[in-house]
Each structure stands twice: as structure tokens, then as C-alpha cells.
Design a protein around this ligand. Structure first.
Ligand code: ADP
Length: 527
């Protein structure tokens, strides 16, 4: 498999996980055959990403001579844990994109351990190490890191010997890194060691990308400008002497993709993401709502760049004349105070969503607060089609091979000279002779490339037609429709007795029959 941009094509390989040599334990290195190193374009000393259930990074070291020609990668238990693999599993390996760590925060991995140790000292033993948030690393007094012995080695050894931890090892969890992703600890890195174990919430960043959002290209463009740009490049705003936005209001009916948009921009900007919703905040015990808001802002500032997403903000901040209990008033003013107090110029951005922008306390819309807005509207036909495409991506769709439609598509291909004319003529003749849908399909299959092209176009037409029939549907409705269409297929197979929960395994022929057709969507629409 080849991934990546044209200019830097790199590959990913899969190797079987084997245990590390004893002396390598705790060093953060992996050993695998030269041949695979070449394939990945790496050399000893380079950093690779290891992807199993989790993803981590390690330094490439020379392969062990006995392993020559074997399809294995040797790594210790820490790396296996960090990559989420066990011995004998396959792990995906790729050349890593590494950034220098500005700051790495560590905490003891063992609960109940209390330590006080300068970060500089631990850093000495981790120099050169690539780490990812959530990794378990070991600072061992017998560690010779890849950069050789550390100047703190003696000190560290003395220190460990006085601590009742056994083995002279101290295990740390990487609680946070700046920047995010794979970072390498260098002399410039600030290493902070927290005194006690903390819970690490992994993957605060949701895995939504702009490609998962349909029909909102204008909104995406705006949010990239208003949120992604300042989070990624605050220096642009500083240089121009303008304030990046602190708050952006997304407004539109429920289920149109406001939450998706916020998650996607957080993901693309590599920002810490904290989501809360208005009703939840308000339902906290009396007096706790403001405390909760303060905590959230604190978490965001500590993990900047960060996005705070407040869904249904109207529940917190209704127009003051409209309601209003004491609690709401206090919560609104707390929110405003926190937003006014946001420092760090553009490093924390609050995105709020509402379907009733007019019902909002106007104080929230003043300059320096939610002073930008993005409409997230009900999708038009083209938008609905895009959304359907997204939600049927992983589905085995099957078009109808209606003869007239197929012939129209083929003639279209003829005009566009996509295929050799003789080939197309032959296929057209065969299709013209066909007397059933199955025969049409068979005729097409005689030329596999033509078949693939026609099939793609038929599926496109099918989604086009469904988009046409779903006026007024929002993204959430279309996602539900796609799911429901798939359930129609499943229910039919259950009714026909082909699928039942008692079956040990579903026969492959039945899996083959799991195809979602236009009629299934129509069936789903009736419900
Ligand atoms: P909102 O925050 O506007 O109420 P969400 O973003 O929570 O809506 O959308 C709910 C679900 O509906 C999403 O998880 C997604 O599956 C689907 N969805 C909504 N809008 C879109 C869209 N524009 N493109 C793709 N899927 C969408």
C-alpha cells in the first residue's frame, strides 16, 4: 500500500510483534529487518509510528543478527502496551511525523505513589524519546537512552535507590504533550512531573474530519478561517494587531451538523476538545454550575490550543427578560467573565450552538464574546446527496440495472470517450439484447472496467434520486434513513430465515446478499 502525498510517498508495513531483547527493555526502541527499514525509508535512529489498538512511536535500532529475514518486530512490554498489541499480533509500522516537544507532562503510573522529582532529572533519562499522550514510559536508572548516558544518571540512580519502588524503575504516564501527536523529548523540552497519578483521558480529540460533513462547504470555510486559523497560527493575528475571535456561534435547526463541525475543526486544528451542553450545566446542583464552567475553562487553558463546545447554549443564557431565575443570571455572568478573562490570544475558542439565536441573551453577542456567527442550515438537494454519500460510504449499495438507464449511461460514456469505442459498442449491443436486469448486469460484467464505471454512476443516480425525495431532511434524518435502509435488508433476511441470532456463523452467500438497494430506502422512508 502506498500512502501520502506525491512528493513524499511512504509506505506502511505490517509485522508480527515479538518480545524485546532483555537489555532493550525500557529503552523505547524497536528492531526489525533492514529490508523493511528500507521499504519504510527509515534508518537506525529514525522514529517510526506503531499502530495497533493504540498508536505510539519508537526509535528504530539495528536488527538482531539472528532475526535476519524474519517478518517480526521486536519491542518491549511498554511499547506493546502503548501500541495496544500483544506478542504474536500484527502491528502497522510507518515512518513517523515527529515534532520537537515543547512541553511534556508526566505523572507516576502507579496509584498511591507520591514523588517529588525535578522534571529536568527525568528528562535526562528520556532524551531523544518519542512519546504520545497516554504513553507509559519508564525512567530507569539503568537506562542508557539512545543519546547515550545522561548527565543526571548518577543522581537519578541515587534517588531511585532511596525510593521503595523496587527494580530501580519509575513508570510514568504521559499526561499531556505540547504540541500534540508524536513528539520527541530534546534538551529544549520542558518536562513537568506531577507528584501523583492522574486519570488520563485519552483521545480528547474526536475523530471527525471535514470529509465527514456534507452540504456545509460555506460553513466549513468560515469555521476554518475563524477557528482553525487562529488556533494554528496565532502569530498571524498578533502580527496584524487584530484580536482573533473568542467565541463563535453556530445556529441552525437540530441535527444539521453543528456538533460535527465543532468536532471536525478541533480535530483538524489538533486542539483539545471539551464539549458540554447547556441543560447539563444547568441541572448541576445549585451553585455547582459556575464551578463546573470555571473548571472547563481551566482545563481548556491548560491544554491550549483548545475548543470549548457549548451545545444548546440557550439553556444557559436565555434572554434576561425571558426567564429568569437567579441561577441563570449567575451562570451567564460567570460565562461572560470567563470569556472576558481568556488570555493567550486565540488559543482557546468557545464555539456555542443554538437553534434559537434570537432567544439568546444579547450580552453574549457583544464584541469580544460570541461576535461571529455561522449559519448551519437545512441542506438543499446537493447537500442531502453529499450527506447520503457520507453515510452510505461503508454500505454495500446495489443499484438497479434498469436497461434504459444503463444504455443512457453507456451512451454518455461514448460521448466522453472515456473508454475505447469498440469496447463500448460491444457492451451496448449486449445490453440491448438483454431481457432482464440480471442479463443487463451480466452483459456489463463482460467488460470489468466498464462495469465498474457504470455501477458507480448508477449508484450516484440512486443517491441523487433519494436526495430528491427527502426534501426537508436534515443530516441526522439522512443518517437515520441510511441506517434504517440497512435494517430493512437485515429484517428481510431474518424473516426469510436466512439470518438468526442462534447461528454460529453467517454463511458467506448470505453476507453476499446483504445489499442495500433503492427499494430498501423507499421502504425505510415509509416508516
Ligand atoms: P447538531 O449539533 O446540529 O444538532 P449533529 O452534528 O449532532 O447536529 O448531528 C447529528 C448526527 O447527524 C451526526 O452525528 C451525523 O451522523 C448526522 N449529520 C448531521 N448533519 C450532518 C452533515 N451535514 N453531514 C453529515 N452528517 C450529518
Amino acid at each position: 500500500m502506498i500512502f501520502g502525498k506525491d512528493e513524499e510517498r511512504y509506505e506502511k508495513i505490517k509485522l508480527r510483534v515479538a518480545e524485546a531483547l532483555k537489555r532493550d527493555v525500557g529503552r523505547g526502541i524497536v528492531r526489525f529487518d533492514r529490508r523493511y527499514q528500507k521499504q519504510l525509508g527509515v534508518e537506525p535512529g529514525d522514529i517510526v509510528e506503531l499502530i495497533g489498538e493504540r498508536s505510539t512511536a519508537a526509535i528504530v535500532a539495528n536488527p538482531h543478527p539472528d532475526d535476519r529475514g524474519l517478518d517480526i518486530v521486536r519491542m518491549d512490554g511498554y511499547i506493546r502496551r502503548n501500541a495496544g498489541v500483544s506478542i504474536g499480533d500484527y502491528v502497522t509500522i510507518a515512518k513517523a511525523e515527529v515534532q520537537e516537544a515543547k512541553k511534556v507532562t508526566l505523572a507516576p503510573a502507579q496509584k498511591g505513589v507520591f514523588i517529588q522529582i525535578p522534571g529536568e532529572m527525568v528528562k535526562g533519562n528520556l532524551l531523544g524519546r518519542p512519546v504520545v499522550k497516554g504513553d507509559l514510559v519508564v525512567a530507569s536508572s539503568r537506562n542508557e537512552t539512545y543519546y547515550g548516558g545522561s548527565p543526571f544518571d548518577e543522581l537519578l540512580r541515587g534517588l531511585f535507590e532511596t525510593m521503595p519502588l523496587g527494580f530501580g524503575e519509575l513508570k510514568f504516564v504521559v499526561v499531556n504533550t505540547v504540541p500534540k501527536g508524536i513528539v520527541q523529548i530534546t534538551y529544549n523540552t520542558e518536562v513537568e512531573v506531577l507528584p501523583q497519578a492522574v486519570e488520563v483521558r485519552e483521545e480528547a480529540i474526536p475523530e471527525v474530519t471535514y470529509e465527514d460533513i456534507g452540504g456545509l462547504s460555506d460553513a466549513i470555510q468560515k469555521i476554518r478561517e475563524m477557528v482553525e486559523l487562529p488556533l494554528k497560527h496565532p502569530e498571524l493575528f498578533e502580527r496584524l494587531g487584530i484580536e482573533p475571535p473568542k467565541g463563535v456561534l453556530l445556529y441552525g435547526p437540530p441535527g444539521t451538523g453543528k456538533t460535527l463541525l465543532a468536532k471536525a475543526v478541533a480535530n483538524e486544528a489538533n486542539a483539545h476538545f471539551i464539549a458540554i451542553n447547556g441543560p447539563e450545566i444547568m441541572s448541576k446542583f445549585y451553585g455547582e454550575s459556575e464551578e463546573r464552567l470555571r473548571e472547563i475553562f481551566k482545563e481548556a487553558e491548560e491544554n491550549a490550543p483548545a475548543i470549548i463546545f457549548i451545545d444548546e447554549i440557550d439553556a444557559i443564557a436565555p434572554k434576561r427578560e425571558e426567564v429568569v431565575g437567579e441561577v441563570e443570571k449567575r451562570v451567564v455572568s460567570q460565562l461572560l467573565t470567563l470569556m472576558d478573562g481568556l488570555k493567550g490570544r486565540g488559543k482557546v475558542i468557545v464555539i456555542a450552538a443554538t437553534n434559537r439565536p434570537d432567544a439568546l441573551d444579547p450580552a453574549l453577542r457583544r464584541p469580544g464574546r460570541f461576535d461571529r456567527e455561522i449559519e448551519v442550515g437545512v441542506p438543499d438537494k446537493a447537500g442531502r446527496k453529499e450527506i447520503l454519500q457520507i453515510h452510505t460510504r461503508g454500505m454495500p449499495l446495489e443499484p438497479d440495472y434498469d436497461k434504459e438507464t444503463v444504455l443512457r449511461v453507456l451512451r454518455g460514456l461514448m460521448k466522453r470517450k472515456t473508454f475505447d469505442e469498440g469496447t463500448l459498442k460491444r457492451v451496448i449491443e449486449r445490453v440491448e439484447d438483454a431481457r432482464s436486469e440480471d442479463e443487463v448486469k451480466e452483459a456489463l460484467k463482460s467488460e470489468s472496467e466498464v462495469y465498474a464505471e457504470v455501477r458507480t454512476r448508477l449508484i450516484d443516480r440512486m443517491l441523487d434520486e433519494i436526495a430528491d425525495k427527502t426534501h426537508g431532511f436534515v443530516g441526522a434524518d439522512l443518517a437515520a434513513l441510511a441506517r434504517e435502509a440497512a435494517m430493512v435488508v437485515l429484517r428481510r433476511l431474518i424473516n426469510e430465515g436466512k439470518v438468526s441470532p442462534e447461528q454460529e456463523r453467517i454463511p458467506p452467500e448470505v453476507l453476499q446478499e446483504l445489499r442495500v438497494r433503492k427499494a430498501d430506502f423507499y421502504e425505510a422512508l415509509k416508516m
